[in-house]
Design a protein around this ligand. Structure first.
Ligand code: GLY
Length: 340
């Protein structure tokens, strides 16, 4: 019998190995946390729930999501409620309230959500609403559209019961005022080890959904929108195959449509980690990547998961089999200065 996975795996792996030729430095993994190469990657039963999310704050999101999943809730509810906990945390300076403003002092938010049926909702350049992910969900559920932007998104949110509030905390205001003295705009690698939250869950029915929410790059140009509300860039779900999501510098994620690419590579036989690595390699091959970070996460239909990043420092949280653990993602670039 024709085995599509084996057939495509071989051709894909050949192309993946070509992609890696010329790498500046293939890395080992960094210390402290386990890595995705030395942790169990597979649920032993197909419909075991799993929640996976970017960065340390992914652990909190996973806790909320897993409670919903274990109570037979839907993956789409798990990923909406999961990231809301991070949006509501004023101490987080990259998501929701407390987010770092643009260079004119406005906190502007981007988010998207996608369910197992391929439905999607997104919001971008939204101001004054703490939970953009729930606005995105409402757009998905209750309008014929996928994305609303700016004033129109705010109008829709207010008409649907969301309350307007000041999202610029004293902490972020002070940091912005300090930044104004030099006005140096330089998106740094892992500057806070804390970025966009993207989350993927599989529920007891085996259905997959994902979410992504952010305040975007700190001190960005007014009107700048990143990858986070773009379906296929920051997030893509195909319930037959799996899902992928992104964190990091949105511009290169948008230009390579990373999450869609990863899902298509998994469809063609790549493991989640292989697919994430190839998406990173597309960035490495085309762009000046040394000062930027992008991290990808992916889960396939069997509950196997993996990740890959441009640089050291990207971690993610996985909640499966009763454990919610942080994992250091493998990465492409090892800084020669760190080798001594
Ligand atoms: N990944 C978030 C952004 O670039 O806005």
């Amino acid at each position: 019998m024709f085995n599509r996975r084996n057939f495509l795996s071989k051709s894909l792996l050949a192309s993946l190995s070509i992609g890696v030729v010329g790498c500046q430095s293939e890395t080992t993994n960094h210390e402290e946390l386990p890595t995705s190469q030395n942790v169990s990657k597979q649920s032993s039963t197909p419909n075991k729930p799993i929640s996976i999310a970017t960065w340390t704050h992914g652990k909190e999101a996973n806790e909320v999501a897993m409670k919903i999943l274990l109570e037979k809730g839907k993956a789409i509810d798990a990923v909406e409620q999961g990231v809301r906990i991070v949006e509501a945390d004023p101490k987080g300076t990259s998501v929701g309230i407390g987010g770092t403003p643009d260079r004119d002092g406005h906190v502007t938010l981007d988010a998207c959500i996608m369910d197992e049926k391929g439905n999607a909702g997104a919001v971008c350049f939204l101001e004054g609403i703490k939970h953009p992910i729930s606005v995105a969900r409402k757009i998905m559920d209750e309008t014929p559209h996928v994305m609303l932007a700016g004033e129109g998104a705010l109008q829709f949110a207010l008409e649907n019961g969301f309350e307007k509030e000041n999202l610029l905390t004293d902490f972020s205001d002070k940091a912005w005022n300090k930044w104004l003295k030099k006005k140096k705009y330089s998106p740094k690698v892992n500057s806070e080890n804390h970025d966009t939250i993207s989350q993927i869950a599989i529920d007891l029915e085996g259905n997959i959904s994902g979410s992504c929410t952010t305040s975007g790059l700190g001190y960005k140009m007014r009107g700048r929108v990143g990858d986070s509300p773009i379906i296929g860039a920051s997030l893509f779900v195909d319930n037959e195959v799996g899902a992928a999501c992104a964190t990091g510098l949105g511009e290169v994620v948008m230009k390579t449509l990373g999450s869609f690419l990863i899902v298509e590579l998994m469809r063609n036989g790549a493991t989640p980690e292989e697919a994430c690595k190839e998406a990173v390699m597309r960035i490495i091959k085309k762009y000046d990547w040394k000062e930027l970070q992008v991290g990808y996460l992916a889960v396939n239909k069997a509950g196997e998961y993996g990740a890959y990043a441009v640089q050291k420092g990207f971690n993610y949280a996985v909640h499966v089999d009763g454990e919610n653990k942080l994992i250091n993602a493998p990465y492409f670039y090892k800084n020669p200065k760190e080798e001594n």
